[in-house]
Write a protein that binds this ligand. Structure first.
Ligand code: CA
Length: 451
């Protein structure tokens, strides 16, 4: 491994854990140690912080009661007793890093604390999760130039990218209330549709339901209203990354998005993975931030030596689809695409700095989405809108099925991982969700479950 900034003893590829499953090549080796809010499934237990190790969750709430650590690590561990991790995130990167170092030492082979920690492991198969933080605000960026170009071309063949795209990190304010953790199944949304040939719009269930393959960015330490976060400090304000599916109803979107942007096409559900991988865990997987020759220079406030040297992240991102028929036949989910966050037009730090350049305040647990991450090749589209060319080219699935957009019962799973020679592979787990049939209209109003 080359000497990259930010590497320390917790990244040593030789480290092994006394939790045997952590050494088996999965998403959660000792070098990862991502955080989630969890409890034993089917119990009324309070949610609390947990860290993934192999196929287990280490119960950080219970660990805190045993007071095994001191100093900043103990402070961070105390913050993990809450049902959401906002307090941990708000402590900033120092205490979280101290906790990571203490956990790494306690979970490695021959650790003196093995006896204590062993009693505090819960198999992941017996756990349920909530969104890692109470998300106060959700902002979704648009940071893949490949996605923006392909989608833009469908609407404006001659000028797919608007003139601002290469200069300003484009985003819109999303809806925090409908962010849900992996496993949340939602009903196909209704909305106003106005398809080609219709004489006037009408209300109907979306016929062009889609996913978006994104990375979520959990804000760590916040900034006060009226202050800005300079680029060189931006990563001190980022707790970690997760997987994010920004479900999108393309037909609702197409009719409503002008002039103010996405609204009901996007706010009915957003799925995140339960596990948040810290930026520290991602240190071995940094990549230079570069722009192709001839592209406009980055404005000074979004430029710097640090971002150029290693501002990007080498994270492989994947989408899997399983239809009801595949599920019934025991056919595994099919991978639809693979892309990499390294190809994004902006880095997470640039997004955060730009978000605050006008003095906008971010709070611990706020969620930023990177926007759909598509690669440069057509088969690397991070949405069905791209992979099916706007519905014109159906995608072939096992058993002779086809898809242009999602059908009822379809299950979409996002995965992500980092793999590099000389490093131990780390993963993000998954963000999965299933599309349920639209709820019928009754008596002129929407009837939901429980009403
Ligand atoms: Ca999006």
């Amino acid at each position: 491994m080359s000497a990259s900034p930010g590497l320390n003893a917790t990244h040593d590829p030789q480290l092994r854990s006394w939790v045997a499953s952590a050494n088996a090549g999965g998403d959660f080796p000792l070098q990862n140690l991502p955080f989630a809010a969890f409890r034993r499934a089917g119990t009324g237990e309070a949610f609390r912080g947990g860290v993934a190790i192999g196929d287990q969750v280490l119960d950080l709430g219970a660990l805190h009661a045993a007071a095994p650590f001191t100093g900043a690590a103990a402070q961070a561990l105390g913050a993990c007793c809450a049902p959401a991790l906002n307090a941990l995130m708000g402590l900033g990167t120092g205490p979280a890093s101290a906790l990571r170092a203490a956990l790494s030492a306690a979970l490695r082979t021959d650790a003196a604390q093995q006896g204590l920690l062993q009693r505090l492991l819960v198999p992941q198969g017996e756990c349920e999760y909530r969104v890692a933080a109470d998300v106060g605000d959700f902002t979704d960026f648009y940071a893949s130039i490949h996605h923006a170009t392909t989608v833009g071309r469908q609407f404006r063949p001659d000028s797919p990218l608007l003139p601002n795209y290469k200069w300003v990190p484009i985003a819109y304010h999303g809806r925090a209330s409908s962010v849900r953790v992996s496993g949340f199944d939602f009903h196909r949304p209704w909305g106003q549709l106005s398809p080609k040939g219709a004489t006037q719009p009408f209300l109907a269930p979306s016929r062009r339901l889609d996913y978006e393959l994104e990375v979520g960015i959990f804000v760590g330490r916040g900034n006060a209203l009226g202050t800005r976060v300079p680029l060189q400090e931006a990563e001190e304000h980022i707790f970690g990354l997760c997987l994010l599916n920004d479900w999108s109803a393309r037909d609702i979107q197409g009719w409503e998005y002008q002039p103010l942007g996405p609204f009901l096409a996007k706010n009915f559900a957003t799925t995140v993975s339960p596990w948040v991988v810290t930026l520290e865990a991602l240190a071995p997987f940094r990549a230079p931030f570069t722009r192709p020759a001839g592209e406009p220079a980055v404005l000074d406030y979004l430029d710097g030596e640090g971002v150029r040297r290693g501002g990007a992240f080498d994270i492989t991102l994947e989408v899997y689809l399983q239809t009801p028929r595949m599920r019934a036949a025991g056919v595994a989910a099919q991978r639809l695409s693979q892309s990499n966050l390294r190809d994004a037009w902006w880095t997470p730090a640039q997004m955060l700095t730009h978000h605050t350049v006008n003095g906008c305040n971010l709070a611990p647990g706020d969620l930023l989405g990177t926007g759909t991450q598509s690669g440069p090749q057509p088969e690397q589209g991070g949405s069905l809108l791209e992979l099916s060319a706007g519905g014109a080219q159906p995608i072939a699935l096992p058993g002779g099925e086809q898809r242009t957009f999602l059908e009822d019962g379809d299950r979409v799973t996002l995965r992500g991982f980092c793999a590099r020679e000389g490093c131990v592979r780390i993963g993000f787990g998954e963000a999965a969700g299933t599309v349920l049939p639209a709820v019928p209209l009754a008596g002129g109003r929407l009837r939901g479950r429980g009403q």
